[in-house]
Design a protein around this ligand. Sequence first.
Ligand code: ZN
Length: 77
Amino acid sequence: MKYVYWTVVCTTPGCSTRHFAKFIGEDTGTAYKLQGNLPEVFYHQCQKCGKVHTYAPADLVPYSVYLSPRTGFQEWW
Ligand SMILES: [Zn+2]
């Protein structure tokens, strides 16, 4: 079973760590639309490079993995 998340990729050159912003659900292979009360901008500190970057909703991309959300997963909105 694959699960889909909204993700962003760290914009620090050479880092490219993927951050998981929100759980969408089981991967149904369909197109995903952003839902809910999104802020205009997200601030997120990268655990790998330590830098804080800002991301807009347009930066969010669906990403599918074989991992269900871990306990305590903090969603961005
Ligand atoms: Zn980074």
